[in-house]
Design a protein around this ligand. Structure first.
Ligand code: S3P
Length: 436
């Protein structure tokens, strides 16, 4: 347990650069390990989740070296059956993406997860992989499946799949399995999700085409690394600082080289629609920009007006919704987040945990079912009160509550912030660097 207390307030001002995007880092490691030549990954984020993927690949015989500056992934050596069950810690992206890779191997693997991931649903990914030919057994509770899982790869065949839930992890697992399937694999999404896997596969020379919501992969060539991959700063980590700078009067920050992938910019688009002063300066230099767009964000504090977040927008800010709820508490009017139900299946139930914390800070927030959608309604009061807060073991709840506590009137205490190491171990140091 590592508690955190907020007594003194500060006005964030300054210029920062963040380590690489977590989602892109997972893909760079996995696809790098599957390609025939070596990949150097720059601006690699070192945190629990990225290390979970790195260690998992090493357990399958991949050769990966890491120093302070970069990660070197040697080319494909052929994945080997691990000597013991593989532990993926609490990284859902590691587990779901690696299942896609393992679906095409000729051995059996047992995968064990940490406490939080062991409570997250897996049938969304098991089902399509079984349709492709993988054999998977998992712990069952009711009609849902959970880790630990045993997967035995097989001769896969390509499928056409329409995921019932909008999930980039599910789409990515299917595409990675498609690399070793016979025939083409097509995924058609109802709502588009982040396209990092598609971009990374393309960068490594895969025969992948994207036509609106339809992605087609033809496994007719081996993957070849472009050599160096630069990972832009993590927009999900930037979001905490963006919201903080908006809601604390007098704040102004610049965040350099942030990922501007359109599938991830929902938080910027929605906050701008609410009147937030965010200037986006995309990098024009193609060499710097690489295969993922990036740029600088200049954020100045200011007033927010309520908005409605549509279900079609939700995947583009799914991980930012907890801190967005904090921002909505400071907006004028009632903000509605429509179709937020997937938040219940993250590291913690992010609806219950945010409601518990924000209500204890005096917020007017509730969730309501409307047909098959779950909506969250936040009536902005323009302030929050300091309170005793809980992280629920979830990194994004912990960081959202640090932001809320810094903007609140009076003192707050958060029970445990050790979970922040999952995605942003430098969070507090970064905040201190903005102390003026
Ligand atoms: C991720 C996809 C999202 C997101 C997660 C990372 C990814 O999950 O919440 O933090 O890297 O593909 P879902 O695909 O389950 O929505």
């Amino acid at each position: 347990m590592k508690p955190f207390a907020v007594k003194d307030k500060f006005i964030p001002r300054g210029r920062i650069r963040l380590v690489g995007d977590k989602s892109i880092a997972h893909r760079a490691l996995i696809i790098g390990a599957l390609s025939r030549n070596k990949t150097i990954i720059r601006n690699f984020p070192v945190h629990d989740d990225s290390l979970a993927t790195l260690n998992t690949l090493v357990a399958f015989g991949a050769k990966i070296e890491r120093n302070n500056k970069q990660v070197l992934v040697w080319g494909f050596q052929g994945l080997r059956k691990p000597r013991k069950p593989v532990f993926v810690n609490n990284s859902g992206t590691t587990l779901r993406l690696i299942l896609g890779v393992l679906a095409g191997t000729d051995f059996e693997t047992k995968i064990i997860a940490g406490k939080y991931l062991s409570a997250r649903p897996m049938s969304r990914v098991d089902k399509p992989l079984r349709l492709m030919g993988a054999r998977i057994t998992a712990k069952k509770r009711g009609s849902e499946e959970y880790p630990p899982l045993v997967i035995r790869g097989g001769k896969l065949k390509g499928i056409l799949y329409r995921p019932p839930v909008a999930s980039a992890q599910v789409k990515s697992a299917i595409l990675l399995a498609g690399l070793s399937a016979s025939g083409k694999t097509r995924v058609i999404e109802k709502i588009r999700t982040r396209d990092h896997t598609e971009r990374m596969l393309k960068t490594f020379g895969a025969n992948i085409t994207v036509n609106k919501n339809s992605i087609t992969l033809i496994p007719d060539r081996s993957l070849s690394s472009p050599g160096v991959i630069y990972i832009p700063g993590d927009i999900s980590s930037a979001a905490f600082l963006v919201v903080l700078a908006i809601i604390i009067p007098g704040a102004k920050i610049v965040i350099e080289r942030v990922s501007l992938n359109p599938g991830r910019c929902g938080i910027i688009n929605v906050l701008k629609r609410m009147g937030a002063k965010i200037k986006v300066e995309p990098f024009k230099n193609r060499k710097m920009q690489g295969f993922e767009p990036m740029g600088n964000l200049i954020v100045t504090s200011g007033k927010l007006k309520a908005t409605v977040v549509k279900p079609s927008e939700v995947p583009s800010l799914i991980d930012e919704l907890p801190v967005f709820m904090v921002a909505a508490c400071f907006a004028e009017g009632a903000t509605v987040i429509k179709g937020a139900g997937e938040l219940r299946f993250k590291e913690a139930d992010r609806i219950d945990s945010m409601l518990t914390n924000l209500i204890s800070m005096g917020a007017d927030i509730h969730s309501i079912k409307s047909g098959n959608l779950e909506n969250i309604i936040i009536k902005g009061k323009g302030f929050l009160n300091g309170a005793k807060l809980k992280s629920f073991g979830d990194h994004r709840i912990a960081m959202s509550m640090v932001v809320a506590a810094l903007a609140a009137k009076g003192k707050s205490r958060l029970d445990d912030i050790s979970c922040i190491s999952k995605s942003f171990p430098g969070f507090l140091t970064t905040l201190k660097s903005l102390l003026r």
